[in-house]
Design a protein around this ligand. Sequence first.
Ligand code: SF4
Length: 225
Amino acid sequence: MKNKFYSEDDLIPVSALSDFVFCERRAALHFIEGIWEDNLFTAEGTILHERVDDGSSTEARGNIRITRSIPMRSLALGLTGKADVVEFHRKETGGIKLKGVSGLWLPFPVEYKRGHFRSERSFEVQLCAQALCLEEMLNIEIDHGALFYGKTRRRLDITFDKELRVETETTAERLHNLIKSGVTPPPHYSKKCKSCSLVQFCMPDICGTKRKASRYLLKVFSELP
Ligand code: SF4
C-alpha cells in the first residue's frame, strides 16, 4: 500500500472502479458530469442489490457466518462503499475475532451481479477493491472472494493475486486523477456500448470519430426527402 492517504471528502464509490475499467468515459459521465440513467441491465442489477441490501442481519451456516450490507472504506485508495455480502469463514489461524462468537474468522467478500456466469475484469477489480477496503479496516490479508451471478445463481471464485491488487490500486489512482482533471474523455464506439445505459447521452456513434460522424451525417442527408 502507498503512503498517501485521501481525506473523507475525496472518497469515491468502490463501484466507480468497475465503471472506469468498463469505459473511462462512462466513469467521467457519471462522476464528473453527474449523468445517471438506468437501462434494463442496470435496473435488474439495482433490484438484485436491493434484495441483498434489505437483510442487514448476520446468518450462520456451519463454519460460515454471512453478513450483509457492510459499510467499508479505504483511505489509502480513496474509496468508500457497501459490500453486498461478506462471509466470515472459520479458520484455525489467520482470522479475526468476531463479537459474541468464539474462534477466528477470515472475511470473504461476495459481490452480486446480474446476468449469466462470466468472467469480467471490471467486476474482479471492484471485488478486489472491496477486499482492500476490508483489509485496511480489519488489518488482515484476504486472499479470495467471489462474484455471484443472479440469473444462473452461480459463483465465480476470485483470487486476489499480486496482479489484480496492483491493477486495482492503479485503477483507483487513475480514477481519482480523471475526476480531479474534470475532463470527460471522447467516446470510442465498441461492442460494449450496446449494453451501456448512457449510450443515449454519450452518442458514441455520432461523436466517436470524424469518420463515423461524417458517415452518420451522410446517411441522415441521404434519407432526407
Ligand atoms: S456508450 Fe460506449 S463510449 Fe459511451 S460511455 Fe457507454 S461504453 Fe463508453
